[in-house]
Design a protein around this ligand. Structure first.
Ligand SMILES: Nc1nc2c(ncn2[C@@H]2O[C@H](COP(=O)(O)OP(=O)(O)OP(=O)(O)O)[C@@H](O)[C@H]2O)c(=O)[nH]1
Ligand SMILES: [Mg+2]
Length: 411
């Protein structure tokens, strides 16, 4: 079956700047990190200023010529473009440059493929890869037929394409079924969790912000933390003890990145959905990054795409130990903002307190006397809420407690 070819090449990075120079540079810089993470060697990078991306060749004729010479002079054997190329753009560039042509999406898919550990992660990556490839096969076919038939459009080549297409569709169908099975399993686990009385908080944020480091330092989860992009693909959930004695489930999730390929969002929906079903969103921000604002925006856009709305948001401006200049740390989307360093252990107690506060806000305070024949209700409170005080009086049980809104009606 199809696998992304191993990415051990010496490449030239290519970006197109249509609006802000700063964000294009940052994006290409990030592409460099992605390329390294995927095991490629970066020989140089080229940015072209254009009104818009060239629809046929991504970059203009002159730039193609320039890159052709650079490939030769720098002894490079491939290029990576900073946007997802259309099948036509990819074909044209391949023909013109006679080298391997890759794009940002392919690179991210490749990294994900290397990182997936659980069966769910693996299925999701393969699905995204196949969809990417399927689109390109169709493109290849249409670009061949645009030649008006004839040489190169018939015979074994064409047959092989058709066959690949059929095999790919079949495999996509099978993977989707498998994924549904896994999703059902995940839903069951989630329901099970909700059946328990613990609320959940999902840790989200840009890749490399420090999400796993935070989960580890708080719960000793032992998730891999690494100065690399997309170190985490599979969500991990742990119980976190809060100062007042209550608990919450904390889930570490896959990081976001600008221009996240839609194949991946689609395929990774069930993983990304951890945030959709969480009661609280914990947004970890790398406050030491010069790209902090843009990264935060990407996170909120991605959450919006996933349909995450109207949940309490705690924004953690992380890596305070590394922040040199006093930046204006604000987040209009957040209900609470804190400065922390997951690594240096700064601000973690405040974070716990904030979580507890939010949990309490979602609960109703109750002070009541239950006659003994309603002891069942007190049991419910004990199970679902937080029993602060319980006193056995001659006329009944006097309690003070916080209870979740959902069960208030039953008691
Ligand atoms: N200086 C400093 N480094 C930190 C801090 N928190 C995390 N890091 C580092 O940042 C890098 C990324 O940390 P991770 O926890 O793997 O980041 P992540 O958000 O889980 O990243 P992905 O899983 O790739 O999305 C690691 O090298 C961490 O050691 C911090 O408070 N200060
Ligand atoms: Mg991580």
């Amino acid at each position: 079956m199809y696998e992304v070819e191993e990415c051990r090449e010496r490449v030239i990075l290519v970006g197109v700047c249509v609006d802000s120079e700063e964000s294009t540079y940052a994006s290409v810089k990030e592409l460099e990190d992605l390329a390294r993470t995927a095991g490629a060697e970066v020989a140089s990078s080229v940015i072209q200023n254009r009104e818009s991306v060239h629809p046929g060749t991504y970059i203009g004729k002159g730039k193609i010529e320039e890159i052709r010479q650079m490939l030769y002079l720098l002894d490079a054997n491939g290029i990576i473009c900073d946007d997802e190329l259309t099948p036509a753009q990819m074909n044209h560039l391949e023909r013109e440059l006679e080298c391997k042509v890759m794009d940002r999406t392919l690179l991210i898919l490749d990294i994900f493929a290397g990182r997936a550990r659980t069966s769910e992660g693996k299925i999701q990556v393969e699905l995204a890869q196949l969809k990417y490839r399927q689109a390109r096969l169709i493109g290849l076919r249409s670009s061949l037929s645009r030649l008006g038939g004839g040489i190169g459009t018939r015979g074994p080549g064409e047959k092989k394409l058709e066959m690949d297409r059929r095999l790919i569709s079949e495999r996509i169908g099978a993977l989707k079924k498998e994924l549904e099975e896994v999703k059902r399993h995940r839903d069951l686990i989630r329901e099970g969790r909700q059946g328990g009385n613990l609320k959940t908080a999902a840790i989200v944020g840009y890749t490399n912000a420090g999400k796993s480091t935070l989960l580890n330092v708080l719960t000793g989860a032992g998730v891999l933390e690494e100065d690399a992009l997309f170190a985490t693909l599979d969500p991990t959930t742990r119980v976190l003890d809060l100062p007042g004695g209550s608990q919450i489930l904390l889930t570490d999730t896959v990081g976001f990145i600008r221009k996240l390929p839609h194949h991946l969002i689609e395929a990774f929906k069930s993983t990304l959905e951890e945030a959709v079903f969480a009661d609280i969103i914990v947004h970890v921000v790398d406050a030491s990054s010069s790209q902090m604002e843009q990264q935060m925006q990407v996170v909120y856009e991605t959450l919006h795409q996933l349909g995450v709305e109207k949940k309490p948001v705690v924004t953690l401006f992380n890596k305070q130990d590394k922040v040199v200049e006093k930046m204006n740390l604000r987040d209009h989307n957040a209900d609470y903002c804190l400065k922390i360093s997951a690594k240096a252990g700064i601000g973690l107690q405040q974070f716990r307190e904030v979580l507890e506060k939010i949990l309490l806000e979602q609960q109703i305070y109750l002070e009541r006397l239950y006659p003994y024949n309603e002891a069942g209700k007190v049991a419910l409170i004990r199970q679902w809420g937080q029993l602060l005080e319980e006193e056995f009086l001659p006329e009944g049980i006097q309690i003070r407690a916080y209870v979740p809104k959902e069960i208030y009606g039953k008691i």
